[in-house]
Design a protein around this ligand. Sequence first.
Ligand code: NDP
Length: 243
Amino acid sequence: VHFDFSGRRVLVTGGGKGIGLEITRFLIGCGADVVVISRSAADLEQLTAETGCQTITADLSSAQEAERAARSAGDIDLLVNNAGVAVLQSFLETTPDAFDRTMAVNVRAAMIVAQVVARGLIRRGVPGAIVNVSSQSSVVGLPDHAAYCASKGALDQLTRVMAIELGSHGIRTNSVNPTVVLTPMGMRAWSVPAKSGPMLARVPLGRFAQPLDVAQAVAYLLSDGAAMINGATLFVDGGFLAS
Ligand code: NDP
């Protein structure tokens, strides 16, 4: 599958590893000029060595850092809010600190970065597109994911409000909602067969998602092929939700 993003400048958050790294590589392969904001400097050094892309180190759990990083990215045409955290705690053990950190990264940072990008697009008078990387867990409960599920449900709602408010400026906002992907985050939650087996059994296609499955869905929603798609939640789940 190929898309043409030449001449488009794309900001990807959390591009240091996992799904965000795959999205970054895929979009660069489609000709995009990609800027990555992520946390671990070592990941970003490696990414620059591999692709030559611009990187910004920031901790998006801080509202101030999220705003600073987004501003320092310069003029952006397309945004992928991918950075996210999952702190595994049972509902009864979920701490206020873990809840707040999860909401700060998964929801608040997505809002702040999108505000900076959308203001820039409106000021420049150019259209744009935003994809928020949500999860199937925005609509189903997963054990030990109370804060995470709450954050992804909130992110889907943020996506809808962004779609209706930014749509009149020619800015489309959608989300992709993957099932399990065995990235570093996915491995922490699902590497034990006793946990992953029952989950896998509910995916009609019989496998978890690959980072590339998610990257291609993101690219489609960013592309002009999705010109009339705004406010959608695109599940990349092999049919999990239909089962
Ligand atoms: P990983 O943990 O493998 O990678 C997440 C990336 O986001 C890392 O580069 C990480 O940097 C960065 N990041 C996390 N917190 C911050 C922060 N505070 N500031 C800046 N960067 C940060 O996760 P995945 O690739 O699996 O997840 C990517 C997205 O996909 C997330 O939004 C996740 O919720 C979602 N998703 C994942 C699924 C899965 O099964 N893996 C399923 C459905 C959705 P660092 O490592 O340096 O902290």
